[in-house]
Design a binder for this molecule. Structure first.
Ligand code: ADP
Ligand code: MG
Length: 386
């Protein structure tokens, strides 16, 4: 789960990480009052959307008057933000953060993710923070310093000291940065984050260290124990189809290809996507209906897949273990009636009650439905349809 920058700021403030003063706007007519409350000449107006690339899209603006702040706020609320990460239709801005501008002497990067190879969180720090951090990581990976820490022990002060020194900080600045790193690591563990990033962490000409942008993601499997984090969920930022899928306990992720996949089990879904690619196709989605799928859930899954106009064919790949093949076959027939199959649907069923299921599909006599022998046959057939 992702949250907005202003929400991440709230969490950082609670944790004692220094950030510039800020205000949050729901509409442009709040801009003048917010500017006055901040009481600073120069402020930064920042669109609050989950997509990145805001700066380059013109949705992070430094301004020096209330009038200018209001104009930019007006524009950002009115025109969807289009950036490299949004797609051509862009994304509607519903909140704006107005923050006091700070003089920047230097920009640093701090980030925590889970290192999946070592299976522990890793704190990363770089002296080359700012909007080009991805390029830095690609061009010069050694510019990113790392410290791995055990989730039960947390980041140790000596590790933070080493990192601070490695990115060129000393004296009081190092002390401030170490404090921020320790608080950030604590926050990461306490709230079950999957990502915590401060970019940039900045140094002012007078040697103050502040966080001026933050990005926090949370492990969806752990949000149940953090009602405060759940309360930060913004449904506007979710893909509508993914939200609908969630309501029915389906794991659905939209992808760029044209072959819809309806599969039970995440592992089987991964191998289905692999085999489609092996035979030259491109999956349009990842959809796992789960082990104990119901007719209702499967019908909804079909509706979601078929509502995607990119989908030119569907591969149904079900291994009936707990989910019985005849239930899936029933759902297929119901979905065909309710939704109508406008594209070919290749079906590979195996496992519990498969003979009953095959007979049901045969009797239903659905013209678009193409039974497959095994997984390879299914993948070849579906790829030939697009
Ligand atoms: P994004 O990462 O989405 O592009 P940032 O908040 O990191 O947005 O802003 C991009 C750049 O704008 C920063 O690297 C910094 O140089 C500048 N900036 C952002 N906030 C402030 C601020 N409060 N004061 C001064 N400059 C800022
Ligand atoms: Mg940033």
């Amino acid at each position: 789960m992702k949250v907005h920058e202003y929400q991440a700021r709230g969490l950082m403030e609670e944790a004692g990480i220094p950030v510039p003063p800020s205000e949050v706007l729901d509409s442009a007519d709040q801009a003048l009052a917010a500017y006055d409350r901040l009481g600073e000449k120069t402020v930064v107006v920042k669109a609050q959307v989950h997509a990145g690339g805001r700066g380059k899209a013109g949705y992070v603006k430094l301004v020096s008057s209330a009038q200018e702040a209001a104009e930019h706020a007006q524009r950002m609320f009115a025109e969807p933000m289009v950036s490299k990460q949004t797609g051509p239709e862009g994304i509607q801005v519903r909140k704006i953060l107005m923050a006091g501008a700070v003089d920047i002497a230097k920009e640093y990067y701090l980030g925590i993710v889970v290192d999946r190879v070592r299976r522990v969180p890793v704190m990363m720090a770089s002296a080359e923070g700012g909007v080009e951090i991805e390029e830095v990581a690609a061009r010069d990976p050694d510019a990113i310093k790392k410290a791995w820490f055990h989730p039960h022990l947390g980041l140790q002060r000596f590790q933070a000291n080493v990192l601070a020194a490695a990115i060129g900080l000393s004296g009081d600045k190092a002390k401030a940065a170490v404090g921020i790193m320790l608080k950030m690591a604590k926050l990461f563990l306490a709230k079950d984050c999957s990502l915590a990033e401060i970019n940039p962490l900045i140094e002012t000409p007078t040697g103050e260290i502040l966080a001026i942008d933050a990005k926090f993601n949370f492990d969806d499997n752990a949000t149940f124990r953090h009602p405060d984090v759940q309360a930060l969920f913004d449904p506007h930022e979710e893909d509508a189809a993914e939200l609908r899928a969630k309501e029915f306990d389906l794991s659905y992720i939209a992808l760029d290809g044209n072959i819809g996949c309806l599969v039970n089990g995440a592992g089987l879904a991964m191998s289905t996507m692999d085999i489609i690619k092996l035979h030259g196709g491109e999956p349009a989605n990842f959809l796992d209906v789960g082990g104990s799928v119901t007719t209702e859930g499967a019908v909804e899954a079909f509706k979601i897949i078929l509502a995607d106009e990119k989908v030119k064919a569907v591969l149904v790949n079900i291994f009936g273990g707990i989910a019985k093949c005849d239930v899936i076959a029933g759902a297929l027939i119901t979905a065909a009636k309710e939704v109508g199959f406008k594209v070919p649907v290749v079906v590979r069923l195996e496992g519990t009650n498969v003979e009953i299921a095959r007979q049901m599909l045969k009797d239903a006599n659905l013209p678009q439905l193409k039974p497959a022998g095994d997984l390879t046959d299914a993948a070849k057939q579906v790829c030939a349809c697009v």
